[in-house]
Design a protein around this ligand. Structure first.
Ligand code: NI
Ligand code: MN
Length: 230
């Protein structure tokens, strides 16, 4: 087991984390992202693609990347079934409270407070988030969500090294609630996502950082295309 996780940001809520050599890609949305024009979707590799909910800004590139890489797509049951009908050959459907074994450990699908309609209007089940752990290192990706007391259950079960939280407001938590979410899950490091992509979710970076500082939490605002170790 390696202690260091490699994080790469692809814009909006799309990012990859390499855990013990296994490449996890979350919520692929690059082609339609006006801020991610410099990225080549065809160069993104993945062993697993994890999708939190059915909105296009979280899965628009999933079918193409799954087809090229052969990655297994993990999501809730409704989204996994829908992607199967779109031609994705390897899917795994989950629901709240369930865990799925990965080569290095497991991921657990946890509650999010949001919506999840698929791009063609099909029901996308309930939106969720993922906790990923290899035993030594653990992180939580909330997906799109409001602040919710359910996050305290994550703190009760896991020791979260860092959380990837939406901070753009309007459709999800804003920075103040996301800082409270960090306290709920018991982490002192947050990677902010779901901000600045479109005008309704543009944020003041300094104001966002100060909300986290007040709670003793470090906020990282990743730059599209950058890779760093966590
Ligand atoms: Ni959404
Ligand atoms: Mn979204």
């Amino acid at each position: 087991m390696s202690d260091s996780l490699q994080f790469t940001y692809y814009g909006h809520s799309c990012f990859a984390v390499v855990v013990d050599g296994v490449r996890l890609l979350f919520d692929p949305f690059i082609t339609g992202n006006p801020k991610a024009g410099s990225l080549e979707v065809s160069s993104i590799e993945a062993d697993y693609i994890l999708i939190t909910h059915g909105h296009a800004d979280h899965l628009a590139d999933a079918v193409a990347i799954a087809a090229r890489t052969g990655a297994m797509v993990i999501s809730n049951y409704e989204i996994a079934s829908w992607l199967g009908k779109q031609g994705v050959s390897r899917t795994h459907g989950m629901n709240f409270g369930g865990s799925f074994a990965l080569p290095f450990g497991r991921t657990k699908y946890v509650v999010a407070v949001h919506s999840s309609t698929l791009p063609d209007g099909s029901p996308g089940g309930h939106p969720g988030g993922f906790v990923v752990t290899n035993g030594a290192r653990t992180f939580y990706y909330a997906g799109d969500t409001a602040l919710t007391y359910d996050m305290k259950l994550i703190e009760a079960e896991f020791s979260v090294d860092f959380a990837v939280l939406p901070i753009g407001d309007t459709f999800t938590m804003g920075p103040a609630d996301a800082a409270r979410a960090a306290a709920f899950v018991g982490t002192s490091k947050v990677i902010g996502v779901h901000f600045d992509t479109f005008p309704p979710i543009a944020i003041d970076h300094d104001a966002a950082r100060s909300h986290f500082q007040q709670r003793g939490v470090e906020l990282v605002l990743p730059v599209i295309g950058e890779t760093f170790a966590l």
